[in-house]
Write a protein that binds this ligand. Structure first.
Ligand SMILES: NC(=O)c1ccc[n+]([C@@H]2O[C@H](COP(=O)([O-])OP(=O)(O)OC[C@H]3O[C@@H](n4cnc5c(N)ncnc54)[C@H](O)[C@@H]3O)[C@@H](O)[C@H]2O)c1
Length: 364
């Protein structure tokens, strides 16, 4: 197993929080919920440097993680850090609108893998140049829309891919609560639609939260700090493979992300607490045909690694074996393209906004 030298860009809580205490010292584990805690759980990764523009966060990073990675250095300029340490892998947790430049700098500095926070980008132009840069240098990317690294979500995805609902047709996604911000938090919800649809989006109809009628078509957020700078939204997405997605995402509804998937043979319900599936079959043909009794069962995953640790391990596996990651850049581009089309549709009187196919073929 190769050893990897890692560098981290952005050192706020999501990058450096210590791992939560394990519920049981022997049996219990808590899923690490920061980039550093996830990296620390992987023995063959050595974090050699971290960068933030805030001095106190650089000091806190060394206090928290210096004993795990003795000799870790800090920088206030990521370009300088990348040139000095030439990392194999880079993690990025800068503000929502500031992922593209450090991402491309990491690609150009020779990184072989990048683990980058959601939203992948807040403009389609940024997302496109990120994908093109990574593809040109064959950099393995995993985007931290971490439900893709959740055992329930991965098991549900496998269930659908095996055709157990029949051909997936409709996807309903719900997100709510006052932090249902179109770029910041919808990134997770729309990614669920993209994850299960498995196709490029073709067109979108969208409606923004009341009060945002004149929002325009550009991101005007402040990195998710104030809820007034990003609207909630409802939208309808037509994917090129015929799958249709509905997303209800206004702020005046309960928080949480829930997904319902429907095909001819069943319905799968999924949230952060678990997943269950109801299967129903048409038995026989014509006038003699009868529906089977609906059968509902929980989906019980069999994975042992989850969350960011799984996402980073998955990126390393991509480097070593060439296999596709669970959350590749081309899929994150689809989410950015959908959100871009939502605001274009809303600005155009809720008419459908088309999405041109990307210049690449997404990994299947
Ligand atoms: N996957 C998840 O569940 C999850 C959860 C929380 C946050 N996030 C994402 O993580 C990212 C960071 O979130 P946040 O709330 O900590 O954001 P933030 O606005 O606090 O920024 C993160 C850090 O980046 C630093 N920074 C800004 N410019 C920099 C630069 N040029 N070079 C180096 N560092 C720089 C800031 O000082 C800050 O410490 C966001 O994109 C957010 O959406 C994801």
């Amino acid at each position: 197993m190769a050893n990897y030298r890692a560098a981290m860009i952005g050192l706020s809580w999501i990058a450096t929080d210590p791992p939560p205490p394990a519920p049981d010292p022997v049996l219990g584990t808590s899923t690490p919920y920061s980039h550093a805690a996830a990296l620390a759980a992987i023995p063959n990764v050595d974090v050699v440097a971290g960068c933030d523009i805030v001095p106190g966060l650089r000091d806190q990073f060394v206090e928290r993680w210096g004993s795990r990675w003795p000799g870790v250095r800090t920088y206030d300029d990521y370009a300088e850090m990348l040139a000095a340490v030439k990392p194999d892998v880079v993690t990025i947790a800068t503000p929502d609108f500031l992922h593209a430049d450090p991402f491309i700098a990491a690609v150009e500095a020779g990184a072989r893998g990048i683990f980058v926070e959601k939203p992948f980008a807040t403009s389609l132009e940024d997302a496109t140049r990120m994908v093109e840069a990574a593809r040109a240098r064959k950099v393995v990317v995993n985007v931290d829309t971490q439900r893709r690294f959740s055992p329930y979500h991965a098991a549900s995805h496998a269930f659908v891919q095996q055709g157990k609902l029949g051909k997936l047709s409709q996807i309903m996604v719900e997100i709510g609560g006052e932090r249902a911000l179109l770029w910041r938090n919808h990134a997770h919800a729309v990614d669920q639609m993209v994850y299960f649809a498995d196709s490029d989006p073709a067109w979108v109809m969208g409606e923004l939260e009341p009060g945002f009628e004149d929002y325009g078509t550009e991101y005007r957020g402040d990195g998710g700090r104030s809820i007034e700078t990003e609207p909630g939204a409802n939208y309808y997405v037509a994917f090129r493979n015929g799958v249709r997605g509905y997303l209800t995402g206004m702020k005046d509804t309960m928080p949480g992300i829930m997904v319902t998937l429907r095909g001819p043979d069943g319905r799968l319900s999924l949230d952060d607490e678990g997943a269950s599936v109801t299967v129903i079959k048409l038995i026989g043909h014509g006038a003699q045909a009868e529906w089977s009794k609906p059968r509902t069962e929980r989906i019980s995953p069999e994975y042992t690694v989850a969350g960011m640790e799984a996402g980073i391990r998955d990126m390393l596996a991509g480097i070593e074996t060439g296999r596709r990651t669970a959350s590749p850049a081309e899929h994150a581009w689809r989410s950015v393209a959908i959100i871009d089309a939502v605001v274009r549709s809303a600005a155009d009187g809720n008419r459908p906004a088309t999405i041109a196919p990307p210049p690449w073929a997404a990994p299947g």
